[in-house]
Design a protein around this ligand. Structure first.
Ligand SMILES: Nc1ncnc2c1ncn2[C@@H]1O[C@H](COP(=O)(O)OP(=O)(O)OP(=O)(O)O)[C@@H](O)[C@H]1O
Ligand SMILES: [Mg+2]
Length: 235
């Protein structure tokens, strides 16, 4: 099943100035795609469309088989609970410690603080932040904060995980670690859309690429970039 389907989608913030036009693509459940394109090509704008953060577009967008245009406003929070987004800007809550920043999405869904914190502690352990549960975000390093944002993005086991340039603040070693995490989540069935400029990472972890440029979207198969790796992976 396609969890994301765009049909002839056009987006413009100002009349007659399209960020992109006539964009069509499908992402099947369990897929892993990179989203690439020059700065200003519309990656973040496209991501905003996916979680109904901007409903002002032309064309059709289906998420989990449902048309966004047909959704009632009260159905949108439920949609968003199934989509984890790791934003380009962190949006951490400065007055909450690491544990509560991650527990908050579950609390908002109606769980008790005790239950939410228990799950949050497990995810933070998995992501290597056990030492930092009580830390306020401002006292953590860039890489630690980045992992905190990821923990918050995956705490409610979203069906789709979207990451907007998540390695921008990470050194090479931590960027690789992050990709291992995403690969593991993908193996567990999470569909992943990963916006990045980092060609090194794409070489290390080959996946098909959605490429935005000059208002159009094309798909670069990883067979074009990495024929030998693909043939090894597929035996
Ligand atoms: N809220 C907005 N109002 C008006 N114009 C916007 C808005 N958000 C983005 N834009 C414009 O839309 C275009 C695409 O921006 P977007 O942030 O989607 O690019 P991007 O591919 O994510 O770039 P980057 O790689 O720098 O993050 C840019 O020209 C930008 O100035
Ligand atoms: Mg962006």
């Amino acid at each position: 099943m396609a969890v994301i389907a765009f049909e002839n989608v056009a987006l413009s913030y100002e009349k007659n100035q399209h960020v992109f036009r006539d964009v069509s693509f499908k992402v099947e459940a369990g897929a892993f795609f990179y989203l690439m394109g020059p700065s200003g090509s519309g990656k973040t704008s496209l991501i905003r469309l996916l979680y109904a953060g901007n409903l002002d577009y032309e064309g059709d967008i289906h998420i989990f088989g449902r048309s966004l245009q047909d959704m009632r406003p009260d159905e949108i929070p439920e949609l968003r609970q199934q989509i984890g987004v790791i934003f380009q800007d962190f949006y951490l809550l400065d007055h909450l410690n690491a544990l509560d920043n991650v527990a908050l999405p579950l609390r908002i869904q109606g769980q008790s603080w005790a239950a939410a914190r228990k799950s949050a502690a497990e995810v933070l352990e998995w992501i290597g932040l056990t030492e930092n549960l009580d830390a306020l975000p401002a006292t953590m390093s860039g890489g630690q904060r980045q992992r905190l944002v990821i923990a918050r993005g995956i705490i409610n086991r979203p069906r789709i995980l979207i990451a907007d340039e998540p390695t921008g603040n990470l050194d090479d070693e931590n960027a690789l670690k992050l990709l291992y995490l995403f690969e593991e989540l993908n193996r567990q069935g999470t569909t992943i859309l990963f916006a990045t400029h980092n060609r090194e990472l794409m070489r290390a972890f080959p996946h098909d690429i959605l490429f935005l440029k000059d208002g159009a979207l094309s798909i670069e198969s990883d067979t074009q970039l990495h024929p030998h790796i693909r043939s090894v992976r597929h035996g």
